[in-house]
Design a protein around this ligand. Structure first.
Ligand code: GLA
Length: 362
């Protein structure tokens, strides 16, 4: 291992409930998971940020002063990196170079925030090699901005903040207006199941921006700062806004149920969230519907698509002793129905991103 090499790890996240609420200044309830992105960085004196990925092909070299435009970078993952170097430079990070190797265990396009984890791990490395520090929230905002610059998708703050603020065995209730994070202990007997539909997210970029615009237009029409402030009566006949308002209420109820260890109360909230994302917000797919239904039929307390939708994963809740049986049964039914082999993830809720000791090669 080269001298002066430092390691930084940033986790992905699964969102228990509260989708398409963050950019409406509402509530979300994600969990940082033990699938993560690791960056091994060595400072250099070249004024260049040289990156290589072990998980996907390619190498990129970026100006350490943030001068590289993400649009000029060929590798998709390199655009996120250019975004991060740029947004940190704007905040005052000195132009220190580094050589870094990136590896990740988070599947791409699964809705588990592989890109947010990459941004956060890189941001920590870039700050460290420049002896530069930013408060956690400012770091999350810089990474969110980097994602927006790199992709043109006007994403919210949930993924980057969850990756930074994660807490072992806890979910995070995030108020996306105040950006306050409240950790809520996960009941020890609760298993959180994640099943990948086998369909990577598609269409998400254009549709995501469209949904966000529709929400903002509706808030403007109602004369409220954000849909967070609308009442159920105001949005009763507006499916998109109705989803946001009802989902915010469900997040708060779910947070309370979780804090009380009332697992049974969580099921209907998850199921209703899926219905609302499918029928009102229109971001589901037949595969996600089939997978959520298969989990519930197999005995999960509740299940819903998680993340932006249009593919990716479903999250379900079950008691620990039943989790394996439920996943197996649901996967079998889903496969029979759709011909897609789902991939199941078993995970723990972990601490947020930070520097880690170098690991011995496995
Ligand atoms: C993506 C975005 C988040 C959030 C979710 C949907 O993951 O990056 O900000 O909007 O979709 O809840």
């Amino acid at each position: 291992m080269p001298d002066r090499e430092r390691w930084f790890r940033a986790p992905g996240r699964v969102n228990l409930i509260g989708d398409h609420t963050d950019y409406n200044e509402g509530f979300v309830l994600p969990v940082a998971i033990d699938l993560s992105c690791v960056v091994r960085a060595t400072p250099n004196a070249d004024g260049v940020v040289r990156l290589r990925s072990e998980s996907v092909d390619g190498e990129v070299a970026l100006a350490a002063d943030g001068g590289t435009d993400p649009a000029d970078v060929d590798e998709v993952w390199g655009r996120y990196a250019a975004g991060v170097v740029g947004t940190l430079s704007e905040r005052g990070r000195p132009a220190a170079g580094m050589d870094a190797v990136i590896s990740s265990t988070i599947p791409l396009g699964a809705g588990l925030s592989s890109s947010a984890a990459l941004e956060v791990a890189l941001a920590l490395a870039l700050c460290d090699v420049a002896d530069y520090e930013l408060p956690q929230l400012e770091l999350a905002l810089a990474c969110q901005e980097a994602e927006q610059v790199a992709t043109g998708v006007p994403c919210g703050i949930m993924d980057q903040l969850a990756s930074l603020a994660g807490l072992h065995n806890h979910a995070l209730l995030i108020d996306c207006r105040s950006l306050e994070v409240q950790a809520i202990r996960l009941p020890p007997r609760l298993a959180v199941l994640i099943l990948h539909s086998g369909m990577s997210r598609a269409l998400v970029d254009s549709e995501y921006g469209e949904r966000r615009e529709a929400c903002e237009a509706m808030a403007a029409l109602l004369g409220v700062p954000a849909l967070r402030d609308a009442t159920p009566q105001q949005v009763a006949d507006e499916p998109r806004a109705r989803h946001v308002v009802s989902e915010n209420a469900r997040v708060l109820q779910a947070a309370e149920a979780l804090a009380e260890g009332n697992v049974a109360a969580l099921g209907p909230l998850l199921n209703e969230s899926h219905r609302s994302l499918r029928d009102d917000f229109d971001v589901s797919t037949p595969e996600l519907d089939a997978l959520a239904a298969a989990l519930v039929d197999a005995g999960a307390v509740g299940a819903r698509l998680t993340g932006a939708g249009f593919g990716g994963c479903v999250v379900g809740l079950a008691s620990r002793d039943e989790a394996d049986r439920i996943v197996e049964t649901a996967a079998g039914h889903y496969w029979a129905e759709t011909g897609h082999q789902p991939r199941a993830f078993v995970f723990r809720a972990v601490d947020g991103a930070g520097r880690i000791p170098p690991q011995a090669p496995s």
